[in-house]
Design a protein around this ligand. Structure first.
Ligand code: IPE
Ligand code: IPE
Ligand code: MG
Length: 247
């Protein structure tokens, strides 16, 4: 079924995706894993366009986890140079489409070239407000909570903040995705049903959608199916179904 032009009744404000399955996609074709990552970039472009057109205001993509450094060196190097080249190639299109890009994660481990390109892409798109695109790179949910805690503790130590004033809102202000609401819809391709240290704090009440489709094959049809599935769910946030229905 092709995506319908009608907007689903309940559209998520924020979609977060674990783009998984590049390596297996390539291996199935008897190709090196890095070929899968190259094809994965195309799928990423398609997903950004689809969700922006669908009216999603925040899209967060898991591109490289804190744990992915443990992969073979040539695979890590390929991923790093793919980040630079795809940012270089696609930043103008983001500008034209009103998309603001922001990197979340620990940038300290990236080389100078990548860090410069990240800054450039962020600056060039800073004024765009159609959609915010968060790229999680060298990101880990535990890292994020720890860095926020450190920052919070140092503010308490300096006297800028009182312990009793620490609330969920204040805490979230220190997380790297501050400013974006929590994801409403979480999608993972590639068949695994786990969070893999993605947005641990912010996924508290996300609706989860898993598909066996490998990331390079992630089609508009599957994207639309994820949105339709989301629209069919009842989000209760701890209340009863009756309370939600009569609200
Ligand atoms: C996701 O695909 C991309 C990254 C983690 C960078 P994988 O490379 O994890 O693909 P599989 O899971 O091995 O197939
Ligand atoms: C999660 O995928 C990270 C990204 C998609 C960037 P992994 O392939 O690294 O996850 P695990 O190791 O199978 O849980
Ligand atoms: Mg994987």
């Amino acid at each position: 079924m092709q995506s319908s032009s009608s907007t689903p009744i309940a559209l998520p404000q924020h979609v977060a995706i674990i783009m998984d399955g590049n390596g297996r996609w390539a291996q199935q074709k008897k190709m090196p894993r890095t070929y899968g990552h190259k094809k994965g970039v195309e799928a990423t472009r398609k997903a950004i366009t689809f969700f922006a057109k669908a009216g999603i205001k925040h899209l967060t993509l898991f591109a490289f986890s804190s744990e992915n450094w443990n992969r073979p060196e040539d695979e890590v190097n390929t991923l790093m140079s793919l980040f630079v080249s795809s940012l270089k190639k696609n930043t103008d299109e983001l500008v034209n489409n009103g998309i603001r890009i922001r990197f979340i994660g620990d940038r300290n481990a990236f080389n100078k070239k990548l860090n410069q390109q990240i800054l450039k892409s962020e600056q060039q798109t800073a004024e765009n407000d159609l959609m915010t695109l968060n790229i999680a790179a060298n990101y880990g949910g535990q890292w994020d909570i720890l860095q926020a805690t450190r920052e919070l503790a140092s503010q308490v130590q300096s006297g800028a903040l009182e312990v009793d004033d620490i609330s969920a809102d204040i805490f979230e202000g220190f997380l790297s995705m501050a400013g974006s609401p929590h994801p409403d819809l979480f999608i993972r391709t590639g068949g695994e049903q786990r969070i893999s240290n993605f947005l641990l704090w912010q996924l508290a009440y996300a609706e989860l959608f898993f598909t066996d489709v490998l990331w390079p094959d992630f089609s508009e049809e599957t994207m639309q199916r994820a949105l339709d599935t989301y629209a069919s769910r009842q989000r209760r946030f701890g209340k009863t179904g009756e309370q939600i229905n009569t609200a």
